[in-house]
Design a protein around this ligand. Structure first.
Ligand SMILES: [Zn+2]
Length: 473
């Protein structure tokens, strides 16, 4: 075994690496651990938490050097081939140091660089083998932690939480950059996976199975600072700077994947999520691919549920013309209530008395009959501004009448509301709509993409090591 000092000349603080065998380091760590146990017993002001912290500290150097040597050995054993096209590299030059942070501290690896005549590019095959290629200076475990934390909480919190839980120090700006880099990698992977899903479907001879695919869509808005600092200039040109933009969200699941917890709470065991800031076309493409991955191709039927937003039904007609459509029941009820308010003003008791049987009729009876009653109410109204409101609502009900088959839906156990997608929106907004937060389009799309990988249980495709179980492998 060759013992290479991992230390480059440039950063002497990183490595006081001795060429000691791991067994020596392990024996030293074992001695320190024994002492730590004694200290815990002697110190009346320390509890088990103190030992947990100290024990992790005692083995840190052993782990750092293990990872450092593993990285060097893997780099040395990597064949000099282009990681992109497989071509043997020429003009090989060994000894290029790269220092990066790992879960256990900074290490430096000497790598060999070579030229790929096919790609016309210099390549470092060891970087690809180690999982370092598209990162500034972080090992895959640190990339994973930065990406996950930044997609779950504001970066200033993420930085502090990371250090608190793991001891890994990533300043806020660095963590932000690294998470965004990982998010961009996720976006590229998403595009690739979506293309695969779309082409695989056509190649397969699909046999239909007796389940329904439920697709739900919604949107919420996010505050961005594109054109930040240019508000005055824009206003002088007669333009109002746009701050709020739509995030389009969708979810899809098989109806037979809906069940209940032991406590009777309804759950959906497998569900796909999509969220994008890149417009309706992006949503259409991403949600269709997600639905295909979740079994749309074999579904006996599909059902789209959404609120009254025009874009939802245009998208549904265009992308899933065979699918049935249903208006979210609770939105329909809100529109009934709007009619009630126009009829009875501030008289809440009268409104309630009027509304209750209509809601029941809509849910258990016929939408046509509900519309009939609304029309009667409209005809009996004295002229005034309220007439317009009621007429508008009657038009709304006519427009969506075919999407209000709530009685039939309840009979066959289908959902009548878009609760799941609205819940998803609320959860995502908890991260993305905090007071004083602004986003840029590139930044929020990258983080939204990370969030969907996590929710769709596809995190391991970005960070393969997270699917690896050392206990069983
Ligand atoms: Zn190549």
């Amino acid at each position: 075994m060759t013992m290479t000092c991992l230390e480059p000349a440039t950063s002497p603080e990183v490595c006081e690496v001795s060429a000691e065998p791991l067994a020596v380091l392990a024996a030293r760590a074992a001695g320190a651990l024994e002492k730590s146990i004694q200290r815990l017993v002697l110190a009346s002001d320390q509890n088990l938490g103190h030992l947990e912290r100290r024990a992790a500290h005692d083995v840190q150097e052993l782990l750092r050097q293990t990872v450092g040597r593993g990285a060097q050995a893997k780099a040395d054993a990597t064949p000099p081939r282009c990681p992109v096209c497989g071509q043997a590299l020429s003009r090989l030059a060994p000894g290029h140091p790269r220092t990066f942070d790992t879960r256990f501290g900074a290490i430096t690896v000497q790598r060999t660089r070579g030229y790929c005549k096919r790609c016309h590019k210099w390549r470092v095959p060891a970087d690809a083998a180690l999982g370092l290629e598209e990162t500034a200076g972080y090992s895959p475990a640190v990339q994973d932690m930065a990406a996950l934390l930044a997609s779950k909480m504001p970066v200033e919190d993420a930085s502090a939480v990371l250090e608190h839980l793991t001891g890994v120090k990533l300043p806020r700006a660095t963590l932000d950059r690294e998470a965004r880099r990982q998010g961009e990698r996720a976006e590229a992977l998403r595009t690739q996976l979506d293309c695969q899903a779309a082409t695989e479907k056509q190649q397969l001879e699909l046999t239909l199975e007796p389940y329904q695919m439920i697709i739900q869509l919604d949107a919420w808005n996010i505050r961005e600072r594109d054109g930040w600092g240019q508000s005055q200039a824009l206003r002088r040109q007669g333009q109002e700077p746009e701050r709020w933009h739509w995030v389009y969200t969708g979810t899809c699941f098989r109806l037979d994947h809906r069940g209940q917890t032991a406590g009777g709470r309804p759950v959906i065991t497998e569900r796909g999520f999509v969220a994008t800031r890149a417009g309706i076309d992006a949503l259409r493409q991403q949600l269709h691919a997600e639905a295909l991955r979740r079994g749309l191709g074999q579904a006996a039927g599909a059902l789209v549920i959404g609120d009254g937003a025009v874009w939802i039904w245009r998208l549904a007609d265009d992308r899933w013309p065979q699918a049935r459509q249903r208006l979210d029941f609770y939105h329909a009820v809100q529109h009934l209530a709007a009619v009630g308010r126009a009829l009875f003003g501030e008289d809440k008791d009268q409104l309630k008395t009027w509304l209750k049987p209509l809601v029941k009729q809509l849910k258990n009876g016929s939408a046509v009959k509900v519309i009939g009653q609304l029309e009667e109410a409209l005809a009996a109204m004295p002229s005034g501004p309220a007439v317009q409101t009621v007429a508008k609502e009657v038009h709304y009900f006519h427009e969506h009448a075919k999407r209000m088959d709530y009685r039939a839906a309840r009979r066959v156990g289908e959902p009548i509301g878009s609760g799941p997608v609205e819940a998803t929106c609320r959860q995502t907004q908890c991260r993305f709509k905090r007071p004083g937060q602004f986003w840029s389009q590139a930044g929020d799309e990258a983080l939204l993409c990370l969030e969907t990988f996590w929710r769709n249980d596809r995190w391991h495709l970005l960070f393969p090591h997270t699917a690896f179980n050392p206990a069983t492998n």
